[in-house]
Design a protein around this ligand. Structure first.
Ligand SMILES: Cc1cc2nc3c(=O)[nH]c(=O)nc-3n(C[C@H](O)[C@H](O)[C@H](O)COP(=O)(O)OP(=O)(O)OC[C@H]3O[C@@H](n4cnc5c(N)ncnc54)[C@H](O)[C@@H]3O)c2cc1C
Length: 344
């Protein structure tokens, strides 16, 4: 039975490296351990009234504003199992605590295509459906078959099909209607032994050319993306950050045209709902790239990434984020929505 610890520092458990404490902290390595933990929390609740529960993966998409006056449960369910193979389709069940990039490497070693464009995204497999992680023209929803969950209130296991999760750009039921309702315990992926490569995004083709690759394999694509990401994005081990702080906003043609009148170089692409603007471009044009306020700041190479230069408080980073939002709205009339989970 996992132990429940008190007053634990979360600095090592969040990629912003914010120094906050959890009133209670524990971890679980199986669904059975999770069930035991949730049962034992009922016991704690007798003395500490209705404690909130926060499920933690790698802590790479969170900003803690203050000490967490509740129970942090770290998901450590491991294991990767091939469930079935039919023609070129392979179903693989992956424990929620598996490191996302380890799973990508497993797929590449086993010739399974589908997740190579999502190489090097930090965090765990269990968090991947939460905001429907995406990069280089691929979203994880494209390869999710089902999500296995534990309903905290009902104390019941359940299986959600892909369509139940209502995946959208950086969104799902886990971030909206059913926020904090489930612990994701494993994810089943639908992968393919025949590979449909997605190369027309960002600098993938240029990087493959630089690598002298003419007929790329999924490994080549993964290597190219690892190289591009490593050169572009700050490493959280060196400087605290949670990747893109804001979502790319989707606007109407009218708003896009108004921006185009002043800024011919506006970066956007057409999506079903309208026009997706590059939030990093908006923030950079608003003059925030590289700005530092105390230990909180905007990364000097990538304006979409807010950073902790050392001992920033979560509230300081949030204050900077609020100022950026207000200034982008003033200049462009566009609202930036936070992608990172702000934990109050
Ligand atoms: C340098 C950097 C680059 C990044 N690049 C990208 C990118 O290209 N694309 C992208 O989409 N994201 C990116 N991210 C964001 C982040 O990697 C993803 O959101 C990732 O899925 C977070 O995983 P995690 O395990 O760290 O989740 P955490 O930060 O631990 O948790 C995130 C949210 O999910 C919930 N959660 C976590 N695990 C579970 C579970 N098992 N059950 C229920 N709820 C759970 C948490 O409560 C929280 O609300 C980047 C982050 C960094 C630091």
């Amino acid at each position: 039975m996992p132990q429940i610890q008190k007053d634990i520092s979360l600095k090592a458990f969040n990629s912003f490296h914010i120094e906050v404490k959890a009133a209670f902290f524990s971890s679980f390595e199986s669904v059975n351990e999770l069930e035991l933990l949730i049962d034992s929390l009922d016991h704690v609740k007798l003395t500490e009234s209705s404690l909130p529960i926060l499920v933690l993966g790698g802590g790479s998409n969170m900003l803690f504003i203050s000490d967490f006056d509740g129970v942090v449960l770290q998901n450590k369910i491991r294991g990767i199992h091939m469930l079935s193979t039919e023609n070129d389709t392979v179903l693989v069940e992956v424990g929620a605590g598996v490191i996302w990039h380890d799973f990508v490497l497993y797929c590449i070693e086993n010739g399974l295509g589908g997740v190579e464009n999502l190489s090097l995204i930090p965090g765990t497999v269990g968090a991947s459906p939460i905001q429907n992680i995406g990069a280089y023209g691929v979203e994880v929803k494209d390869v999710i078959e089902e999500v296995h969950v534990y309903n905290i209130k009902e104390k019941k296991q359940n299986v959600l099909k892909n369509s139940d999760c209502k995946f959208a750009y950086r969104s799902s039921i886990f971030k909206t209607t059913d926020k904090n309702k489930f612990v994701i315990t494993s994810v089943v992926f639908r992968l393919s032994t025949t590979h449909e490569l997605h190369l027309d995004y960002g600098a993938i083709r240029d990087e493959l050319k630089r690598m002298h690759v003419e007929n790329p394999s999924i490994k080549n694509v993964s290597d190219a993306i690892v190289h591009i990401r490593s050169s572009k994005l700050p490493d959280p081990a060196k400087i605290g950050n949670a990747g893109s702080f804001f979502k790319n906003p989707v606007v109407s043609e009218k708003i896009l045209d108004a921006i185009k009148l002043k800024y011919e170089d506006v970066v956007f692409n057409k999506v079903d709902e309208g026009y997706k603007l590059a939030a990093g471009w908006l923030i950079e044009k608003a003059g925030w790239k590289g700005v530092r306020k105390g230990d909180s700041g905007v990364h000097e190479k990538q304006a979409l990434v807010l950073v902790n230069h050392g001992n920033a408080l979560g509230a300081e980073i949030l204050e900077l984020a609020n100022k950026i939002q207000a200034s982008v709205f003033d200049i462009f009339g566009v609202e930036l929505e936070t992608e990172v989970n702000v934990i109050q």
